[in-house]
Each structure stands twice: as structure tokens, then as C-alpha cells.
Design a protein around this ligand. Sequence first.
Ligand SMILES: Cc1ncc(COP(=O)(O)O)c(C=O)c1O
Length: 387
Amino acid sequence: METYDFDTPVDRTGKETLKWGKYEGQDILPLWVADMDFLCPPPVIDALREEVNHGLFGYSLPPRELVKTIEERLLNHYDWSIDPSWIIWLPGMVPGLNIASRCVGEPGDDILTTTPIYPPFLTAPGYADRNALRYEMGFDPVLERWTIDFDALEQTITNKTNLFLFCNPHNPLGRIFSVEELKETAEFCLRNNLIICSDEIHCDLLLEPSKSHIPIATLSPDIADRTITLMAPSKTFNLPGFGCSFAIIPNPQLRTAFKKIRAGIVPDPAAIGYTAALAAYRDSAQWHLQLLKYLKSNADLAYQRISRMPGLWTHPVEATYLLWIDARKLGQDNPQRFFEDHGIGLSDGRDFGKPGFVRLNFGCTRSLLEQALDRMETAVMELKKES
Ligand SMILES: Cc1ncc(COP(=O)(O)O)c(C=O)c1O
């Protein structure tokens, strides 16, 4: 079996990337935006090479083989039998969130989401002339996890609420919602006549091998009927630059409404994006397994070390390569800036609706992570000495 190398840093000479470009020329380690520092799986690189060598770059169709692979994958991995006509191709997940926000209800309506949350969940309602209703999740010290209180969620909604933007596995909390929680979520949506847009982009980044991802649409035909599921290979196989994502919408009326908003504005993925997606889903299982092991070790390391740092609090991550950190006890107005000033570039909790928190991306080499953790420790210890 081939062994993949996640330890060797990739030479970035001449590459301009969002993640590293932000701090170009500065001694700040970029552990912010959600892409990983690893090369994508070799089968993907081979498939892309072949496509480029072929040299034909006309308008394309979604490859039949990709559609079949997705159908089989959903069935084999999640026991979800879909009809290929339910798939709507997208050049990214964020367009999916924005289309969903426009295709349900009317301007002036309310859209529910839970905070903290990936920032486009908070901006999509406003772009669609809707209001974002925020329900703040809490950490349950007994269950030792972030949870939704469904009575409080019920009290958050209004009679103008018709859409719930949901994220599972959750960015930034790293939660995999249990089947019980998903059932409660589904019942809540059915009871309140809400459409649910379920962003499941992190569904193949489960760090606990005993757990499996459950698409909320698989719980019952009733919930499937009101669900827009968003998926993509981009996070798992580190291909976000290729923009190949898809929505799955079983309900024909909802699907038509979604397609209508998308029509003429949102392009299909580029041909090369389909090629990458197919090679990722069909040929990269070994790479994926080894990636998960590497990420799990990084997650454990980051959790253990940060838990011991004075002024910081965090919790074990079940999925994603993102760690959510409570830095309120540092006593800094802007913890993201504080860490940046000490050479670590994290994401700012304010953008996720939760000031005082920061998000750390551990999808990087172990040595970079260790270096970043060393810097964080030095920064908080210095602060402690000063106080
Ligand atoms: C939950 C979630 N949805 C969507 C995205 C972005 O998707 P895309 O780059 O395909 O628009 C991210 C990226 O981090 C994410 O975490």
C-alpha cells in the first residue's frame, strides 16, 4: 500500500494563495482560511495532467461517470439512494447557500441559523434581502459538547421564518450531530414548516472512526422533501480552488425554484473541476484514510496543548480540521490581533458571530502546527507574567 507524505512542507515558490498571501513577507504562520497545506491526492494530479495533455477545453457536461460515482458513494457511505436528476451542479458551496436563501420565501422574511457559524451563513440572508435570525449554541459541560436547545431555538423563530441554514459537521465547532439531534432538528423543521439547507461539505472529514455521517435528508421522506443538501469534494481532498460542488434536492418544486435563481447567473463547474472531483471520489480512498489519521493526531495535539495554556479553553474536535478556541479569559479586546502580533494567523471569532473566540486550522504539517502552538504558548505565558 502506498504511504502518503503529509509531513514535508510543499514548496510554494511563485504561488499566490489566499491563505499564505495574507501574511506574505511577515513572520506570521497562516492557520486561518479552511484549506489544507497538503498536496491533493496523486490520482487527482494524474487525472488533471491527463486532461491538460489532451488539450480539448470546450464547454463540458458533467461526466456520467462522476454522477454514477456520486450516486454509489451516497448509497455506500450514507445509505442514501438518490435519483441523478436531484443533483444541481454549483461552482462552490457559498453560491449554494446564497441561492437557497433567495429561493425560499420572500424579501423581508427571516432565515434562521445557529452561531457561531461559517461567516457566509450570516451574510447570505442579507444579500437575499432577508433577515438573519441567530440562535447561539451553548457548551453543555455534562455532555461535553456544543448543543442546540430546541425550546430556545423554537423561541428564536418568527412567523416569517421559512428557512434554516444548518451545518453538519459543524464549522467552526467541529461537531458531528448525532442521529437523535438530527431527528430533533428534522422534527423542528417539520413542525415549523421550515425548509432546511444542510451544508455537509465536511461530511468526509470525520475524525472519529466509530462515527459515520448521516445526511439529514436520509431520516425520512418528509424531511428529504424539505431539504437542500450541499456537498463537495473540495474540503476533504483539498481542491477548493477547483470549485466543483453540488446541491441535492429531492423535492421537484424546490429544485425548480433553486434552478431558477441559479439560471443565467451561476455557472456550472469548469471541466477540470469535474475531472478533479471524479478522481477524488473514485480513486483517492487510501489517501483519504491516511489524511484522516494525520488530522486526528494534529487535532489531539492541538487540543492537548491548548487546553493547558492559561486563558484559553477548547474542546475535542469530532470532525473538520478546525479547532474553536475560547480566548475571552486572555482579557484582550481582539484575541485574533493578539495572536497575529505574536506570529500566529488565526480566524477571528467575530466573523462567526462570536467575539472573543478564534479558530485554528490544523490542516497543516505537524511541524508547522508545533511551531504555531509553541508561539501561542509563549504569547499567553508572557501575558500571564505581565498580569
Ligand atoms: C461549512 C462550509 N461551507 C462552505 C464552505 C466554502 O465552500 P466553497 O469554497 O465551495 O464556496 C466552507 C469553507 O470553509 C465551509 O466550511
